[in-house]
Design a protein around this ligand. Structure first.
Ligand code: CTP
Length: 420
């Protein structure tokens, strides 16, 4: 029997020991549940999200627990018997043990308090339906046996993904997206019944019943996976991708560019947020129509919207970028676009363009001409639009090596003033 609890961070163990004492005071029992139990068993690192199930009246526990932990209640849904308390680094989700009833597919369930075993059964996959009781002696968290009524350990050992009941994907189609993430991350294979349920759910079109926001949340979680490429490859294999991003296919070219990005340690790989660049690389081969559909379907945050719009605008110019003969010409072409879009271009295109884009990002984009607007005024340029125009031309001349320092810049401005 593995001692799971002692693998937890000592500070978290301390918090849980306090929680056990408070739960006992109100006659409730606390259980560690969900992905943390699975990951403890697998001896994987434990993240900041901790799920606790409360068998008993959760409402008597939330405020005393937040006080005892010196934490903040960041969410509370009395109708669902759930709350979130943030304590330092940890985000601790508490939920009353319950059964769920889904009156219609893909909507939020009606919940009823129920014992732990029923709560475990209403969950998505066997490997996520295990629990460990939180019991303590004073400040000391005590080890407790793994509660695994649905065969989670056997499935983990066999690397098997198994849904717990036949209505699971109809009730909550996000489980298709959760399943593919989990299967890719932990290298699991659906058992025959689960594979059949996945195929049936896709054929029934259950994903289309979800709100775009719920799908989007799952897509963002995919981008945060240790290996998003593996998730996309598997999603394509399962036939999921046309339901979430029509036109998206796993191809050798996509695999190649994601691995190029993953292996790159240059400064370019750190210029834009990881998830944004990966999203851009994944979407890069989609047609303009398919990209526009993504923009219409999802309410993407501004950086992601801008990235997609930039890709639509930028892709037709690739041949021009390859043919451009001066740094200033490339600067003029690329300057209007976001760094993320240009980084995507860097990893998505062939070597000759990559080299140009790399020089643009490293040398040309950060370059500032030796004179600024104030300097131009001191040299006699009248205040007004001419300053901006001249600064742009000064920058272009600096990029092309016609201006090398302050002196050549001042000479250039004076010459320009005489000519104009
Ligand atoms: N759960 C479920 N059905 C869902 C979402 C969650 O049954 N649609 C249950 C599972 O038991 C899951 C737990 O709620 O393990 C916690 O969900 P969540 O925190 O979203 O994911 P984890 O499984 O903890 O793990 P990870 O973040 O590693 O994917």
């Amino acid at each position: 029997m593995k001692d799971l609890i002692t693998r937890l961070d000592p500070k978290l163990q301390h918090l849980l020991a306090r929680a056990a004492a408070l739960a006992a005071d109100v006659g409730a029992t606390l259980w560690l549940v969900g992905g943390v139990v699975r990951d403890l068993w697998l001896e994987l690192p434990i993240g900041r999200d901790i799920d606790l199930a409360v068998e008993g009246d959760i409402n008597q526990l939330i405020v005393p627990l937040a006080d005892a932990w010196d934490g903040t209640i960041t969410a509370r849904h009395p109708a669902f018997g759930t709350a979130t308390i943030t304590v330092g680094h940890w985000v601790i989700d508490l939920a009353q043990t319950r059964t769920e009833r889904y009156p219609k597919p893909a909507i939020l369930p009606e919940v009823q308090p129920a014992p732990l075993t029923k709560d475990l059964y209403r969950r998505d996959f066997s490997i996520n339906a295990m629990a460990v009781q939180i019991i303590a002696d004073g400040d000391q968290l005590l080890s407790a046996p793994l509660i695994d009524p649905l065969g989670g350990v056997a499935d983990l050992t066999a690397r098997r993904l198994r849904l717990l009941h036949d209505q699971s994907l109809r009730d909550d189609p996000t489980r298709l997206l959760r399943g593919v993430r989990l299967a890719a991350r932990l290298q699991l294979t659906p058992d025959a019944a689960t594979a059949a349920q996945i195929a049936d759910a896709l054929e029934a079109g259950y994903l289309a019943l979800l709100s775009p926001e719920r799908i989007q949340t799952e897509l963002c979680l995919t981008l945060e996976e240790p290996d998003p490429a593996a998730v996309i490859a598997l999603a394509d294999q399962w036939g999921l991708t046309p339901h979430v991003i029509p036109g998206l296919h796993w191809t050798p070219a996509l695999a190649e560019r994601l691995s190029r990005y993953r292996q790159d340690t240059s400064e370019i790989s750190r210029l834009a947020p990881d998830g944004l660049v990966i999203a851009g690389l994944v979407l890069y081969d989609l047609s303009d129509d398919a990209l526009t559909q993504v923009l219409h379907r999802y309410h993407l945050p501004a950086p992601a919207r801008n990235l997609i719009q930039d890709l639509i605008a930028l892709r037709p110019h690739i041949a021009t970028i390859a043919a451009a003969t001066s740094p200033s010409a490339i600067d003029t072409l690329l300057q209007p676009y976001s760094i993320a879009a240009i980084a995507v271009l860097h990893y998505a295109t062939e070597t000759s363009i990559q080299q140009v884009v790399s020089r643009y990002l490293h040398e040309w984009r950060p370059l500032r001409p030796p004179l600024n607007g104030d300097d131009l005024r001191h040299l006699g340029v009248p205040t007004g639009p001419q300053i901006g125009q001249l600064l742009r031309r000064l920058r272009a001349a600096t990029l092309d090596g016609l201006i090398t320092d302050r002196t050549t810049a001042e000479q250039w401005v004076r010459r320009h003033l005489v000519d104009s």
